[in-house]
Design a protein around this ligand. Structure first.
Ligand code: 5GP
Length: 207
């Protein structure tokens, strides 16, 4: 009998696109979907819990994990290292459990190679101007950090064509419904091969 393997769903977005909210809502509505808790060298933010939001480790431990082949993928993002533990992913997928990874585009690219059957989903803000408004509205970063995040976001946004699906997060409820359809295998309108979607994405990236 062929074993039933769980699927990997990779969610990637530029900062400010609303990925955290969508991830939380998606997981809350689908108890069968497990979140992959990443390893990171960055410090915990207020309210973050070790083992739930991230496994917080120091540089030496992270480098040992890379050397030992313990990470399925890893990348440097905003001056810190982030990576996905291989053992955790294998345990879930071998048990037939679907897993959601919230990782950046560099990690998504590595997962595509390591596990070609994974489903890569990009969350796109409705416009570059809206992304700026959202980042400023958070009130947590200074203008210099915002300018850097916006410039990196512009580079990130241009990578949508490397993904299988794109969800434009203009209204959270609509984006969530589209994401749920993609996870259910019914996200045809969000496929990056869809001509209408491609036109919309090209316009967003030009803006
Ligand atoms: P934050 O520090 O705000 O939690 O995350 C910063 C960025 O790192 C986000 O884009 C997030 O998706 C990405 N990230 C989080 N975990 C991982 C990981 O395990 N691997 C990679 N490649 N990126 C990650």
């Amino acid at each position: 009998m062929t074993p039933i393997c769980g699927k990997l769903f990779v969610l990637t977005a530029p900062s400010g696109a609303g990925k955290t909210t969508l991830t939380k809502r998606l997981l809350a509505g689908d108890p069968a979907l497990r979140f992959s808790v990443s390893f990171t060298t960055r410090r915990p933010r207020a309210g973050e819990q070790d083992g739930k939001d991230y496994f917080f480790v120091d540089h030496a431990r992270f480098e040992r994990m890379i050397a030992g082949g313990e990470l399925l993928e890893h990348a440097r993002v905003f001056d810190n290292y982030y990576g996905t533990g291989r053992a955790q992913i294998e345990a879930h997928t071998e048990a037939g459990t679907n897993v959601l990874l919230d990782i950046d585009w560099q990690g998504a690219r590595q997962v595509r190679v390591a596990m070609p059957s994974s489903v890569l989903i990009f969350i796109m803000p409705p416009s570059f101007a809206e992304l700026g408004r959202r980042l400023r509205g958070r009130g947590s970063d200074g203008e210099e950090v915002i300018a850097r995040r916006l410039s990196e976001a512009r580079d990130d946004m241009a990578r949508w064509s490397e993904f299988d699906y794109v969800v434009v997060n203009e209204a959270v409820e609509t984006a969530l419904a589209e994401l749920q359809a993609v996870v259910a295998g019914q996200g045809g309108a969000n496929r990056t091969t869809d001509p209408a979607l491609r036109g919309r994405l090209a316009a967003i990236c030009r803006g």
